[in-house]
Design a protein around this ligand. Structure first.
Ligand code: PEP
Length: 253
């Protein structure tokens, strides 16, 4: 079954106002013809600017995280209700940097996911093993646990709005990419698990790869049957690279 390809840029805590302007000035005119789904997740403070800059474009706009609660005494947190109200399309949940630096548990990730989906936001649900876990032969167990616990209690209908992003932690921001064979093998395992052990409709679920994706390796990764796109950090910061990634994803869609 062929699924449309995705390119989602995770800008993390990068890009100032000037860089954002330049990015959208340099975003290819061809974007109106791209067949892939493409989007950007800037810092929270820049969501309005990015939403304004992309009004006449097909670019989806998302947040990199959200609160597990709708409102209340959660100083410094950002409600997914506000994200939806502002016009966001998606939210990234469970990124390995959130899991590692902010100690996000399966339970809190599950709460965030449920809430964001209930508000009509698409959830880009990140999973991935560390190098230590890979070397210990635990990839399957780690990914299955992240999926089972993080998505517990969600119905087939809820899961229609979930995109999985497989991001091996050892490949994020390191310049080391999983080989297309390694990535495809893991994606195939994830899809088969979604099919046999979860409420997902596995054949229509998009599973993105993330970890040092760049214009020079995107074709090798995205031309695989089970790799439906890329979640991209570093290479999404420059419009030229982002254009090249989307051109390739569009060709393969
Ligand atoms: C990411 O943070 O989601 C990511 C994949 O980063 P990079 O592309 O820089 O490895």
């Amino acid at each position: 079954m062929s699924r449309i390809k995705y390119v989602y840029g995770n800008w993390k805590m990068n890009q100032g106002l000037k860089e954002i302007e330049t990015f959208f000035e340099e975003l290819s005119e061809n974007q109106k013809d791209w067949k892939c789904v493409f989007g950007i997740a800037p810092q929270f403070l820049h969501l309005s600017k990015v939403l304004n800059s992309t009004q006449n474009m097909n670019v989806k706009v998302g947040a990199q995280n959200c609160s597990h609660k709708e409102s209340g005494a959660f100083t410094g947190d950002i409600s997914p209700v506000s994200l939806k109200e502002l016009g966001c399309d998606f939210v990234i949940i469970g990124h390995s940097e959130r899991r590692a630096f902010f100690k996000e548990s399966h339970e809190v990730i599950n709460e965030k996911t449920k809430l964001a989906l209930s508000l009509g936001l698409e959830v880009v649900f990140c999973i991935g093993e560390t190098l230590e876990q890979r070397e210990a032969g635990k990839v399957e167990d780690v990914l299955k646990e992240q999926i089972t616990k993080g998505l517990e209690g969600l119905t087939a209908k809820d899961l229609e709005n979930v995109v999985i992003a497989y991001e091996p932690v050892w490949a994020i921001g390191t310049g080391v990419t999983a080989t297309p064979e390694q990535a495809e093998e893991t994606h195939a395992m994830i899809r088969s698990f979604l099919d046999s052990d979860t409420a997902f409709n596995a054949s229509t679920t998009s599973i993105l790869y993330g970890g040092s994706v760049k214009p020079s390796n995107v074709e090798g990764l995205l031309s695989n049957e089970n790799i439906d796109g890329a979640l991209v950090g570093g290479a999404s910061l420059k419009a030229q690279d982002f254009n090249a990634l989307c051109e390739e994803a569009s060709k393969l869609s």
